[in-house]
Ligand binder design. Sequence first.
Ligand code: SOE
Length: 359
Amino acid sequence: MTRFASPRSVIVGTGFMGEVHQRAVRRAGGRVVGVVGHTEEGAQRAAQAWQVELASTSLAAVLESSRPDLVHICTPNALHTEQVGFALEAGAHVICEKPLGVNSAETAAMLKAAQARGVVHAVPFAYRFYGAVRELRARVRDGAAGRVSLLHGCYLQDWLADRNATNWRAVPDVGGPSRTFADIGIHWCDLAEFVTGDRISELVATAATVHDRGVAQPTEDLVALVFRTAGGATGSLRVSQVSWGRKNRLELFVDTEQTSYGFEQERPDRLWMGTAEGSVGLERGAGFTSPDARRLDRVPAGHPQGYQDCFDALVADVYRAIAGEPPDGLPTFADGHRAAVITEAVFASVASGSWAPVG
Ligand code: SOE
């Protein structure tokens, strides 16, 4: 890889995702030169914990004095479009958390603006950076297993299962009109399309709100959908943030003519494979044969890799793209826009009670 002098990052947002991004920057060999918080106290606290000199509630001020190479937007969804605009205006490359925007008009505009600036843009569909996902992609795409017939699975969480649990994501003005699907359903759809290279072309969905959480127009707690792809596969997906005991259970199953595969996010060093002879668990290390999967190995097999490693790898790939060597599989604003288009199709179907085309 071309050497790129330690990229300088500004992190916008000091919550869970800001924390994950700042760690990823360091592990990928970059430097955090500024932090922007929602409150002065929050910004200072993060600056101290992350050992960053520059902290403020003003993104404009931090951009002006630090002139970063890269800006990481890790704030509530409704703020993304304005903050991405500031970062692009400052000439920086941008990583913006998902969902990229709260509707597809916003995401289309952000994509267009980033392309016009000619900068690197990324959206952390970070599960793409598990070796098992790359192995699955390589095996499905080489065609030896035959055509994909069925895509199925779920993304289930329980952190909003308590009727009193709340979060900015559950406030429509801040999190956007969709919560569960736009927060986690899009991860699953991104993975399904990423590993197959196929696209969801039409779907029929139902959604339900289990708890009103004290807001006038509560967002959905769960979604179930059935879909078809352009390539002729059938699919089904369940998404929920109110399924007790399910912490971050993203499961993607891909059935082809010869083989079935299964990826489980909570057991990511393994890829399940079923054939006429039976089933096996391919383990990271010797079990993963594709170079794209092998390149994501950080520690020897048997020493579990996880969620943070995915972010480290994503940021490292953003650095490669900045250095002029864009790696295969980097999720961009185009993928963030695609997610908004799928989300809108889901809610068009929920409203009409019938099949809806996707984009
Ligand atoms: C909360 O639902 C959340 O942090 C999502 O926002 C992330 O995208 C997912 O990776 C884990 O859960």
